[in-house]
Design a protein around this ligand. Structure first.
Ligand code: ATP
Ligand code: MG
Length: 745
C-alpha cells in the first residue's frame, strides 16, 4: 500500500461522524487490486483532490484506475456514495462499473450517482422540472417521434420537405443541441438566406415551444435543459456542486460540448474531477463528440495532473503492435507509445473467404474449436461495422446451435422493420395469422384507425374467427367506412395477387415486391430518421436471406426457431455487436468481420466526411483490434451481397495498413473469384391450405323484421345475403351490415 493511500485512509476527512477505516480493515480484494497497479496508475488512484486527466491508449487500465479511485474515495471516507458522480458512456458500462466497485468494496453501491450522461441529466431534470418549464412527468421523445413532430411543424409553416428534408433539419437542430446552443444563441446572420440553417433555426424555435406544450423533451434537451437550469438558478447549481464532491468520467474523448460544459459547471469550485480517455478511440464525431475537449482540460483546470499510462495489459504483443501501426497512419492525434510485457502471442490472422456465408461458417467453426480448447463462449466476440452483418452469423449459429447474444441492439429478426416485413410474409403463407395482420394492416398508414380495428376485433371475437377473416367479411359492408373500407379492399386484392405470384416467381423476389408494393419500403425511405438507412439495409438483407431457403414457409419456420433461441437467454454465449458498441470491452478472442472496401471504411462515412471520416473509421478499426486479448482474426470476403446485390469486393485498406511482421494471411479467395455461381435454387412455394371460415352463430332474421344494430340503431331488415343483412335504418339510412352485430329488437 503506498504512502499516499495510507494517508488517505487515515484522513479524518470531513469525517461525517464516522470512524476512519484503518489499513487492516480495508477489504482484501481492494488491497490486492491496488497492489497490482503500476506507478502511474497508483498515482491516478491516489490523486483524489484536484483535477486529474488520464490520457492513455487502449487497454492501459483507464477504466480500472477510475474504478479503484472511486473505491478509494469511498473507503477513505473522503465522500459518501451520493457525493460521488461517475459518468460512463453506455448503460452496459455503468452496470459493469457498479458491479466492479461493489466487488472491490465488498458492499453494495447504493446511493452512488453512477450512470450515463443522459441518465443522470434526466434524474436532475425531473427534480427541477418546473423550473425548466416542464412537469416532472415529462416524456422523452425517441427519434421517430421527434421526426414526426418536425414534419408537422414544417408542414404548418409550408416548408417544402423535398427541398428541406426534415431529417436534415432535425440533424442540424441536434448538432446545435450537442453544442449547447439554444435558438437565441445562434447567430442567424452567418447563414445564407436560403440555407438549411435558416429554416432549421426557424423550426428549432417552434420545435422547442411545441415540446414544452407537449411536456416532452428530446435526448439533446436533457443536457441542454440541465445547463439552462444551472445557469439560471445558481442556487441549484451550488447545491449540486456541494453534493458532488468528486466527479469521474470514463471515455472522455467522446463527450460533446454540452456534456463538457455540464461537467465544467459542476466541477468548477472544488475542481475535483478526474477524466480518462483516449483520443485514438474517439468514434462519435458524427454525433457531435469533440476530441478538443481533452485539450481544453488543462486550460479549464489549471494545475491539473496529467497522467499518461503506457503499459497495455490487455493484448498480446502482436495484436498491440498491429493496432498501434494501424492508428499511427492517422494524422490528427496526440500520439503515444504503448508497450506490453505480455508474450508475443499469436499474430493477427487475416483470412480471406469466398463470401459472407463462408465467413459465418468459418468463424462458427473457429469458435467451436476455441471452445474445445477451453475458451468460454463469453470470451469470444464478433465485431461488425454495420448492423445488417449480424444476420448471417445469427442464421449460422442457430443452425449449428452456438448460443449467441447481440449486444447494443436487438437481434436481427427482432428489429422492428424485420418483424414488420415478416408479418407481411406470414399472412401470405398463413392468411389467418391475426397477429401479423394487426401488425401491418396500418403500417404504412392506410387510414385504418383504432375504430376500424375495434370493430374488427369485436366481430372476430363474437364470431370466433381471425382478424383477417373478420376484415375480409366486413369490408363489403357498411360496418367499415370510407378510407378504411377502400384500404381493406385494396389490401386484400394485393394479398391475393402476391399469393398468386408465389407460384411463378422466386420467393425472395416476391418478398421484395410485397415490401415495395405495400408501401413499406417507401415508408422508411421517406422517414429519413438517423437509422432509416440502416433499416433499409436490413430489409435488403432479409430479402437476400429468404432466397437461401427452399420455400417461404421453410424460411419462416427457421425464423421462429431463431426467435425461440432468443428466448433461451442466460448461460454462456458468444457476443455479436457493432464496433461502436464494443468500446471499453475486452474478449480473449475477437473476430473482426467484413473488412472490405465497400463496407469498412464505411462508404457513407467517407462520402459525408471525407478525410475526417476516414480517420474516424480508422479509429474504429483500432478500437476493434484493441478489444482482443489473445486472438484477433480479421476476415474479408471476395464477394459480398450488400443491399441485396452481389459485389466483388476488395480487402479493406486497413488490412494493407497492418504490418506484415505482426499478421498471418490465410486464404486467397481471389483465386477462384468468379468461378462460382450464386444462383440459388428457387423451388416454388406451394400454397398452404386456407382454414375454412367458422360458421356464424345461428341467429334468425326475416325480411321486414325490426332489429337493432349497435352503431346504426333501429331499422328494418330489407334483404338477407348469407350472414349479411341489408337494413333500412331509421336514422342512418340503408346499410349492409353483418348479422352478428344485429339483435332482434
Ligand atoms: P479501453 O481504452 O479499451 O477502455 P482501458 O484503458 O480502460 O481500455 P481497462 O479496461 O481498464 O483499460 O484495462 C484493460 C485490462 O487490463 C483489464 O483486463 C484490466 O483488468 C487489466 N489491467 C489494467 N491495469 C492492470 C494492472 N496494473 N495489472 C494487471 N492488469 C491490469
Ligand atoms: Mg476503458
Amino acid at each position: 500500500m503506498s504512502q499516499n493511500v495510507m494517508q488517505a485512509m487515515s484522513l479524518d476527512s470531513n469525517s461525517y461522524g464516522r470512524t476512519p477505516v484503518s489499513h487492516a480493515q480495508l477489504p482484501e480484494v481492494f488491497r490486492n487490486s491496488y497492489a497490482s497497479l503500476n506507478e502511474p496508475q497508483k498515482q491516478a488512484v491516489e490523486a483524489i483532490d484536484g483535477a486529474v486527466l488520464v490520457l492513455a491508449g487502449a487497454g492501459t487500465g483507464k477504466t480500472r484506475v477510475l474504478i479503484t479511485r472511486l473505491a478509494n474515495i469511498l473507503l477513505s471516507q473522503k465522500a459518501r456514495p451520493h457525493q460521488v458522480l461517475a459518468v460512463t458512456f453506455t448503460n452496459k458500462a455503468s452496470l459493469e462499473m457498479r458491479e466492479r466497485i461493489s466487488h472491490l468494496l465488498g458492499l453494495p453501491t447504493e446511493g452512488l450517482w453512477l450512470g450515463t450522461f443522459h441518465s443522470i441529466a434526466v434524474r436532475i431534470l425531473r427534480y427541477h422540472a418546473e423550473l425548466a418549464g416542464l412537469q416532472s412527468s415529462f416524456t422523452i421523445l425517441d427519434a421517430d417521434d421527434q421526426l414526426r413532430l418536425l414534419k408537422q411543424l414544417m408542414k404548418a409553416e409550408d416548408i417544402d420537405d423535398k427541398k428541406y428534408p426534415p431529417r436534415i433539419i432535425g440533424g442540424i437542430i441536434s448538432r446545435w443541441k450537442d453544442r449547447a446552443l439554444l435558438p437565441d444563441q445562434i447567430n442567424s446572420h452567418e447563414f445564407r438566406s436560403d440555407s438549411y440553417e435558416v429554416i432549421a433555426l426557424k423550426i428549432y424555435r417552434e420545435y422547442q415551444a411545441r415540446l414544452k406544450i407537449l411536456n416532452a423533451v428530446d435526448f439533446g434537451d436533457l443536457l441542454l435543459l440541465n445547463l439552462k437550469l444551472f445557469n439560471e438558478h445558481p442556487d441549484i447549481l451550488n447545491r449540486y456542486r456541494n453534493q458532488f464532491q468528486y466527479i469521474m468520467v470514463d471515455e472522455y474523448q467522446d463527450t460533446n460540448v454540452a456534456q463538457y460544459l455540464w461537467l465544467r459547471l459542476l466541477a468548477q469550485g472544488h475542481g475535483n474531477i478526474c477524466c480518462v480517455g483516449d483520443d485514438d478511440q474517439s468514434i462519435y464525431g458524427w454525433r457531435g463528440a469533440e476530441v478538443g475537449n481533452i485539450l481544453k482540460f488543462e486550460k479549464d483546470f489549471p494545475g491539473a495532473v496529467v497522467i499518461r499510462l503506457e503499459q497495455n495489459y490487455r493484448s498480446s504483443a502482436h495484436i498491440l503492435a498491429a493496432a498501434s501501426t494501424l492508428i499511427s497512419q492517422n494524422t490528427d492525434r496526440l500520439g503515444k507509445t504503448l508497450w506490453t510485457s505480455e508474450a508475443k502471442g499469436e499474430p493477427v490472422i487475416v483470412r480471406g473467404v469466398w463470401d459472407g456465408e463462408e465467413e459465418a461458417r468459418v468463424i462458427g467453426e473457429e469458435i467451436e474449436s476455441f471452445h474445445r480448447k477451453g475458451y468460454k463462449l463469453s470470451d469470444i466476440a464478433i465485431l461488425v461495422r454495420a448492423g445488417f452483418q449480424t444476420r448471417e452469423f445469427e442464421d449460422r449459429f442457430i443452425k449449428t446451435g452456438i448460443p449467441y447474444k447481440v449486444i447494443g441492439g436487438p437481434r436481427f429478426y427482432e428489429r422492428q422493420e424485420i418483424r414488420d416485413a415478416l408479418a407481411y410474409l406470414r399472412i401470405l403463407v398463413q392468411p389467418q395469422d391475426s397477429l401479423a395482420f394487426e401488425r401491418i394492416i396500418n403500417t404504412p398508414r392506410r387510414g385504418i384507425g383504432n375504430t376500424t380495428l375495434q370493430t374488427l376485433h369485436q366481430y372476430a371475437r363474437i364470431e370466433q374467427i381471425s382478424m383477417t377473416e373478420a376484415a375480409h367479411r366486413l369490408m363489403d359492408t357498411d360496418e367499415v367506412k370510407g378510407k378504411a373500407k377502400l384500404s381493406l379492399q385494396t389490401f386484400f386484392r394485393d394479398l391475393t395477387r402476391w399469393r398468386s405470384l408465389l407460384s411463378t416467381t422466386p420467393h425472395g423476389e416476391v418478398a421484395r415486391i410485397v415490401l415495395d408494393e405495400s408501401g413499406y419500403t417507401a415508408m422508411w425511405q421517406q422517414e429519413k430518421t438517423p437509422d432509416s438507412a440502416g433499416r433499409l439495409e436490413n430489409l435488403k438483407e432479409l430479402v437476400g436471406a429468404i432466397d437461401e431457403f427452399e420455400t417461404l414457409p421453410g424460411f419462416l419456420e427457421h425464423v421462429s426457431l431463431v426467435m425461440e433461441n432468443a428466448n433461451q437467454s442466460g448461460g454462456e454465449m458468444v457476443s455479436i455487436m457493432t464496433l461502436h458498441s464494443a468500446k471499453g470491452l475486452e474478449f480473449k478472442a475477437v473476430f473482426l468481420a467484413g473488412w472490405e472496401e465497400a463496407l469498412f471504411p464505411h462508404p457513407r462515412s467517407l462520402d459525408e466526411n471525407g478525410a475526417t471520416g476516414l480517420q474516424e473509421e480508422r479509429r474504429l478499426a483500432y478500437v476493434g483490434l484493441t478489444r482482443a486479448r489473445e486472438i484477433a482474426i480479421v476476415t474479408y470476403a471476395a464477394n459480398r451481397r450488400i443491399h441485396n446485390q452481389w459485389q466483388t469486393s476488395l480487402p479493406s485498406r486497413f488490412i494493407q495498413e497492418l504490418p506484415n511482421e505482426h499478421i498471418t494471411i490465410i486464404g486467397q479467395p481471389g483465386l477462384y473469384r468468379g468461378n462460382r455461381s450464386h444462383q440459388v435454387s428457387n423451388p416454388r412455394y406451394e400454397s398452404s391450405p386456407v382454414i375454412p371460415f367458422t360458421k356464424t352463430k345461428e341467429k334468425t332474421f326475416e325480411i321486414g323484421k325490426r332489429v337493432f344494430h349497435m352503431k346504426f340503431g333501429y331499422g328494418y331488415v330489407q334483404g338477407i345475403d348469407g350472414d349479411k343483412l341489408e337494413i333500412a335504418f331509421d336514422h342512418s339510412g340503408f346499410k349492409k351490415v353483418v348479422a352478428s352485430f344485429v339483435e332482434p329488437a
